[in-house]
Design a protein around this ligand. Structure first.
Ligand code: ZN
Length: 341
């Protein structure tokens, strides 16, 4: 019997790779815009392959790719009839890889884009959407359930209530926009405290912000809440003036870089490692990288936590580089030429 999420967190940090929408879009199997994961039906082998790559790189969790496969997103593309099939397929793909690799199998809820703090009808609708997705996840036998990228505290609490009713462990992570506040205009620290007090097992932040602008949100959080603290930034160089990846601007291009032109802002593997160490020092125990993550970011995170995932077999050894290396077998004529490259 494998250890569950809470046992693993008690023993040390847990890594959950994310970013399936962005990575499968880059690979040509998912359309940007609506960002609905029809790929789980159309090219399931591509989803399974990415699950395996993330585990190879160090992820302890295989998260079912049900992000944005909720009723509202499918309504927008006129395919609400696929709702159950897309969810059940995504769960089955993740379960298969989790079982073959001994990793945790997670269900997933995401922001619905429907929550209105002033409208109880919208809140009932959101709850029913969470309930149907959670039911499918429980049917599939998930180890725990993640609700992520939620920016209304009310919506996050609603997701937590639905997850908690199953008795499974919960991970609730909020996306914090430019204001640094919840969508209701409240303090995100207060929102995290409310989630923790309401019984969430893991609470924190995902998406929206890169390492530099997520770290300040984490300061003091671990000492304020009893839940484990989560941090899953996007791997982009956000900064104080442009704190979210949606707000980044590229001086060389007229278009908004989000979501199609973010490459010039991509964090290096060193920056992800530095973030990981800094977040660990702040008490974070549930790690990951969100939209934009590639397997090498996850490996870098794992190695910063002292791990050697399978992919570490191929971690860099620049001593053997023909021009920039130091190995005695290298040719001097090339080493002497390095600054002319
Ligand atoms: Zn994201």
């Amino acid at each position: 019997m494998k250890n569950g999420l809470l046992e693993r967190l008690a023993a040390g940090p847990v890594i959950c790779a994310e970013g399936y929408l962005f990575e499968l879009e880059r690979r040509g199997y998912l359309q940007a815009g609506a960002f609905v994961p029809e790929v789980v039906l159309e090219r399931p082998e591509q989803v399974s392959a990415l699950h395996r790559e993330f585990v190879h790189a160090g992820s302890d969790v295989v998260e079912a790719f049900t992000y944005y496969s909720h009723r509202e997103k499918l309504r927008v593309i006129g395919k609400e009839d696929l709702l159950e099939e897309i969810n059940r397929n995504a769960l089955a793909l993740a379960k298969e890889v989790a079982e073959e690799t001994g990793t945790l199998f997670a269900g997933n809820l995401s922001n619905t884009n429907l929550w209105d703090p002033e409208d109880e009808d919208s809140q009932r609708l959101v709850r029913s959407m969470f309930e149907e997705q959670v039911d499918w996840a429980v049917d599939a036998g998930v180890d725990f359930i993640i609700a992520e990228t939620i920016s209304h505290a009310g919506e996050a609490l609603c997701a937590l209530e639905v997850i908690a009713s199953t008795g499974l462990p919960s991970v609730i992570t909020m996306a914090v926009h430019r204001s640094g506040l919840t969508r209701e205009g409240g303090s995100v620290l207060d929102a995290c405290s409310r989630l923790s007090d309401a019984g969430a097992d893991v609470v924190g932040f995902n998406c929206g912000r890169g390492p530099e602008t997520m770290l300040p949100l984490l300061e003091g959080l671990a000492s304020q809440i009893s839940a484990n603290v989560a941090a899953l930034p996007v791997p982009y160089r956000t900064h104080a003036q442009q704190p979210t990846f949606q707000s980044l601007r590229d001086e060389r291009r007229p278009e908004r870089p989000f979501p199609l032109g973010l490459e010039p802002f991509t964090c290096t593997r060193w920056e992800i490692a530095e973030f990981t160490s800094a977040a660990l020092d702040l008490g974070v125990s549930y790690f990951g990288v969100c939209c934009g993550a590639a397997p090498y970011h996850i490996r870098s995170m794992a190695e910063a936590l002292g791990r050697t995932p399978e992919a570490s077999r191929y971690s860099p050894d620049m001593s053997k580089h023909a021009y920039f290396g130091s190995d005695p077998l290298l040719r001097q004529q090339n080493l002497a030429y390095k600054d002319s490259l």
